[in-house]
Design a protein around this ligand. Structure first.
Ligand SMILES: Cc1ncc(C[n+]2csc(CCOP(=O)(O)OP(=O)(O)O)c2C)c(N)n1
Ligand SMILES: [Mg+2]
Length: 323
């Protein structure tokens, strides 16, 4: 178990380093648009994606960098994508909220709440029609719990018995709103159960708990091939966006969550198992070096050719003579 947790720790540190640098890129004007950091939530994507095959699919949402890294995407291509450069995962046309890499089974981050989930159900339907043995994991936030398309997705997946794991990352806020205050009834798990989907909850800041829970759920999914739901309770330690200072939150609330930080807790666990703090420090340093190099390469990369705007997109009339 120690080597597994060490591997998970490395991935979590890489995600955190990437997110810190991504925030700086937005601040300094290198990244345009928005950057939603996954800081504090790294344990969830890390523990689940660690147990997926490259051929399995995931879908994500606006807070998608962590899922992409955990699914094995190249951080240099991700950095280029954030800066809108050639060689980015979408050749610089997608930016932070549209990172995708089908070769790694990453179907895409998504700016529309919760459209990544409906795409994931489509992918699960294709798996069933093609009689493949892949599975799908759809990650989404608690804000999605109050959007109609989520329930269409639950219904369709349940009726057609599709191999999909729905993962709600409940960081307790949707933008500046406490999600609880706008959510009727008991929330996510009960809503999934209403569609006949078995649902469980987990402490999303405990990487070992998420790992064990995901192991059981993925085993069940791979054999029974029917939808399942996981509700992971967590917190985002930063603002909604990189420039949001989160002033709508009680500072005591954030402080108490910092003590529950998934990386901190993993460090404490590893130290209890006898892993030296110097070794843990090296993991952080290595993660930061990799990320710095990735963003240096991204800054040095050219912007895509203007004609690139017309490739890999739906028909925009270019072939009919628009220049
Ligand atoms: C259909 C739709 N409505 C509104 C928005 C604006 N919006 C962007 S992020 C967000 C909050 C989402 O909260 P949650 O799903 O909990 O994800 P979190 O940001 O907390 O990770 C909203 C309302 C959107 N992107 N899509
Ligand atoms: Mg949320």
């Amino acid at each position: 178990m120690i080597s597994t947790v060490e591997r998970l720790f490395e991935t979590m540190c890489l995600i955190r380093a990437f997110e810190d640098e991504a925030g700086k890129m937005l601040e300094q004007g290198f990244a345009r648009g928005s950057v939603h950091q996954y800081v504090g939530e790294e344990a969830i994507a890390t523990a689940i994606c660690d147990q997926l095959h490259v051929t399995d699919y995931i879908s994500s949402y606006h807070r998608g960098h962590g899922h992409s890294i955990a699914k094995g995407l190249d951080i240099c291509a991700m950095a280029k994508e954030l800066l809108g450069r050639a060689g980015g995962t979408c050749n610089g046309k997608g930016g932070s909220m549209h990172i995708a890499d089908f070769s790694k089974g990453m179907l895409g981050a998504n700016g529309v709440v919760p459209d990544g989930v409906t795409l994931a159900v489509g992918a699960a339907q294709s798996i069933k029609l093609l009689k493949q043995d892949r599975v799908v994991v759809a990650f989404f936030g608690d804000g999605a719990l109050n959007r109609g398309p989520l329930f269409e997705a639950f219904n369709w997946a349940s009726v057609y018995e599709l191999p999909i794991l729905f993962v709600c990352e409940d960081n307790q806020y949707a933008h500046t709103q406490r999600t609880r205050s706008v959510t009727a009834g008991e929330g996510g798990p009960l809503r999934a159960k209403a569609f006949g989907i078995p649902a469980v909850s987990v402490d999303g800041n405990d990487v070992i708990a998420v790992y064990e829970m995901a192991k059981a759920l993925l085993n069940q999914l791979r054999t029974e091939r029917k939808p399942l739901y996981l509700h992971a309770n967590t917190h985002r330690l930063y603002g909604h966006l990189a420039y949001d200072k989160g002033l709508y939150r009680d500072p005591n609330e954030v402080e108490s969550w910092k003590k529950q930080d998934c990386i901190l807790r993993t460090e404490q666990w590893l130290q209890q198992q006898g892993v030296k703090s110097s070794k843990l420090l090296k993991v952080h340093q290595h993660a930061r070096q990799q990320v710095t190099q990735a963003f240096e390469q991204a800054k040095a990369a050219p912007f895509p050719d203007i004609l690139e705007a017309f490739t890999d997109v739906q028909d925009v009339g270019f072939e009919k003579g628009l220049k």
